[in-house]
Ligand binder design. Structure first.
Ligand code: SAM
Ligand code: SF4
Ligand code: SF4
Length: 337
């Protein structure tokens, strides 16, 4: 069995298909001008599918397609068709901001996509503009309903909560999710990348989020879907659905982290907070055999000792002034969450 230095298996692969995006979320990529990856550096769908097949041979059970915004890449359903046909893959999911989902949901479902995560941080158009720099809230909501019509279930909404920006949106979002039968997961604001001006003061902790929801809709803990899963689930006592919280800052879960990331330009990244990746594209394009590529992936995973969120938690808990900016990281828009 393939394990890293901390005895963690590789089980989940997140594939970023592009670093481009049609939104400019303040917490992820607020810059209008950014040095985008050159087109010829981007892996083709054939290259991605070949790698995906090799990852499945190494024990990967779940693949998430992400970005940037995956739906801005042309004919994404063709990639979905290739990956969903891989024998041995247990779960294939897409994470999207939903802007282009209404048009593409039927094609994605027909290509074999089973479920979808949609990022929606607010139901208020003005707050949406403030958080994303764009006015696309109505398209996102249309996208959610289209995904449901196409049977992309369960639909999970992801909402990043930032103090003073959308913390008043927690209950309206819960009401919305309950009304429409969507699962919803609140995400603690993280210090990913280098440009989102993260500070611990802007963080709304899991504890606070749950207190707000519990006061209106009593909750009971369900726990993580599986060991190392990012979200801790809570069911509503009245039986009308569930809510999850991803508490990577206040309750880090590195010990069970089985996630590996592939960037759009063919780098393997072993942690969301890594400074750099490992170039697998050169092997692919240099004519390497499957066995050579497998050996490379194995060596990357076996050397992995990342536990950034646990280190951050220890630093924040020690009361010292923790400065995320002291460490250079890959931007989230390249990594895909
Ligand atoms: N564009 C797609 C989307 O927004 O869903 C996929 C890529 S996005 C980088 C993946 C996930 O990362 C989204 O759910 C987004 O909310 C989350 N994310 C981005 N920056 C974050 C931050 N600073 N803290 C917490 N989550 C973040
Ligand atoms: Fe927002 Fe996702 Fe685009 Fe980042 S990649 S700016 S989270 S929509
Ligand atoms: Fe995994 Fe890195 Fe996140 Fe820890 S900080 S859970 S090692 S991606």
């Amino acid at each position: 069995m393939l394990v890293d230095v901390l005895q963690r298996r590789v089980k989940d692969l997140r594939i970023s298909v592009t670093d481009r995006c049609n939104l400019r979320c303040t917490y992820c990529m607020p810059l209008e001008i950014y040095t985008w990856i050159n087109r010829e550096e981007i892996l083709s769908y054939e290259e991605i599918t070949r790698l995906a097949r090799l990852f499945v041979r190494l024990g990967v059970e779940k693949i998430r397609i992400t970005g940037g915004e995956a739906l801005v890449r042309r004919d994404l359903h063709q990639l979905v068709a290739g990956i969903s046909a891989l024998a041995g893959l247990r779960d294939l999911c897409l994470t999207t901001n939903g802007v282009l989902l209404a048009q593409q949901a039927p094609l994605l479902a027909a290509a074999g996509l089973k479920r979808i995560n949609v990022s929606v941080d607010t139901l208020d158009p003005a707050t949406f503009r403030r958080m994303t720099g764009r006015d696309n809230l109505s398209q996102v909501l249309d996208g959610l309903l289209a995904a449901r019509r196409c049977g992309l279930l369960p639909i999970k909404i992801n909402a990043v909560i930032i103090r003073g920006v959308n913390d008043k949106e927690i209950l309206p979002m819960v009401d919305f999710a309950r009304h429409h039968g969507f699962a919803i997961r609140f995400i603690e604001f993280m210090d990913v990348g280098n440009v989102n001006q993260w500070h611990s003061d802007k963080l709304v902790s899991k504890r606070e989020i749950l207190q707000i929801i519990h006061a209106r809709y009593p909750l009971r803990e369900i726990g993580r879907e599986e060991h190392g899963a990012p979200a801790i689930g809570y069911g509503f006592e009245d039986g009308r659905g569930e809510v999850g919280v991803i508490a990577s800052v206040t309750e880090p879960f590195c010990a069970g982290c089985t996630r590996l990331r592939l960037t759009a330009d063919g780098k393997l990244v072993t942690c969301l907070f890594s400074a750099s990746g490992h170039d697998v594209k050169s092997l692919l394009r240099g004519g390497a055999s499957d066995e050579e590529i497998l050996a490379f992936i194995r060596s990357v995973w076996q050397a992995r000792a990342d536990r950034y969120s646990e280190e951050r938690h220890a630093a924040l808990s020690s009361g010292k002034d923790y400065r995320s900016a002291d460490r250079t990281k890959i931007e989230m828009i390249r990594l895909g969450g």
